[in-house]
Design a protein around this ligand. Structure first.
Ligand code: HEC
Ligand code: CU
Length: 328
């Protein structure tokens, strides 16, 4: 019996920790929502308990109780019960309203003056991510991996290129929809270093579940050097091998590698593709095998994706995979 209870507790509570959980807050916005959630659990749990006790009490009492012989005495007791119940409801709801107000204030309290500015566009089924370079003001494009500096606010502007998506990094902040033709904004102020996972949370088509992204929270210096690297283009003289030329010819109409002739915009920017942790919005881990698998069978791994299966000679496929690995 004891083992069964321990097993059940471990099986259910294990979902509370981890890299994709609002119950393990690692940012200011998630912490505010977590406090509100805890408050709701306590208030609603108390109400639930009181109701249960009331039922048990009345069931136990009904056997021994004589019928109300004096009508006025019974009514008075009933009145008292109603009065207690009504006060409990008013007090409980007031506590929840105040708690919700405080949590809402915390969500809009983020400091914007030195915020990192990011634009994220949802596509079926991947994320276009653009950082505004603080020095030059131009936009630095990447995809499917979000980096955030620790203890600083990032202001994320959300848009959609097709249908409604929803942006959620549960450990750091609440979710918010990405609606075509609208600009929603969410603030992320992370307080813990490390990797987290974000996920689209609005059903957006067959591969909705394969629309995830990795999130890395770094110290300021590490973040700055990551961003500087993402902003750099490839050196043209190093783009001369067979893989590079096949890539430009066959893939360059949809993918961009800055510094080369590949200038397509239909798919993710691949300038620093190999620096990412996963492939195709969290579908495969980044590895030689993952890259080859994706090139050979995108439609089998992510049926319906806008990336077509491109027929390549084995030697060419190999050369392109090697080329992609150099895009760090
Ligand atoms: C018709 C446009 C198109 C062509 C042609 C195309 N791709 Fe793609 N590619 C896409 C789209 C769209 C995605 C995003 C798919 C998804 O995640 O659902 C993608 C995703 C990828 C990814 C994963 C990117 C990431 O951020 O994880 C790689 C790598 C890739 N393509 C490589 C190639 C290579 C190499 C070729 C040429 C052999 C090629 N693609 C040809 C449209 C295209
Ligand atoms: Cu989506």
């Amino acid at each position: 019996m004891r083992t069964a209870i321990v097993f059940l507790a471990v099986a259910t509570l294990a979902g509370c920790a981890g890299i994709q959980s609002p119950l393990s807050p690692a940012g200011d916005q998630a912490a505010a929502l977590h406090s509100l959630f805890t408050l709701m659990m306590i208030v609603c749990g108390a109400v639930y308990l009181i109701v249960l006790l009331g039922i048990v009490w009345s069931v136990l009492r009904s056997g021994t109780q004589r019928r109300f012989d004096s009508a006025s005495g019974g009514e008075r007791r009933l009145d008292r019960g109603l009065y207690v119940a009504a006060s409990a409801i008013v007090i409980g709801l007031t506590v929840l309203i105040v708690g919700s107000f405080i949590a809402d204030r915390a969500l809009v309290a983020a400091r914007e003056d030195d915020a990192v500015i990011v634009r994220i566009t949802g596509h079926q089924w991947w994320w276009r991510i653009e950082y505004r370079d603080p020095a030059s003001g131009r936009w630095i494009e990447t995809a499917n991996e979000l980096h955030l500096p620790l203890a600083r606010t990032t202001r994320v502007q959300l848009a959609s290129a097709d249908v409604i998506h929803s942006f959620w990094v549960p450990n750091v902040a609440g979710k918010i929809d990405m609606i075509p033709g609208r600009r929603n904004v969410v603030h992320l102020t992370p307080r813990r270093l490390g990797w987290f996972r974000g996920q689209c949370t609005e059903f957006c088509g067959a591969q909705h579940a394969h629309m995830a992204f990795d999130v890395k929270v770094d110290g300021q210096a590490a973040f700055d050097s990551w961003l500087a690297r993402q902003g750099s283009a490839r050196a043209p003289r190093r783009q001369s091998g067979r893989g590079a030329s096949v890539f430009v010819q066959v893939c360059g109409s949809c993918h961009r590698v800055r510094g080369t002739e590949a200038r397509g915009r239909a798919g993710p920017d691949l300038t620093h593709f190999a620096s990412r942790r996963s492939i195709a919005a969290g579908t495969l881990p980044m590895s030689r095998g993952g890259i080859q698998g994706w090139l050979a069978q995108p439609q089998a791994l992510k049926p319906g994706t806008s990336m077509p299966t491109v027929p390549l000679e084995p030697a060419d496929a190999d050369a392109v995979a090697t080329y992609l690995e150099t895009l760090r």
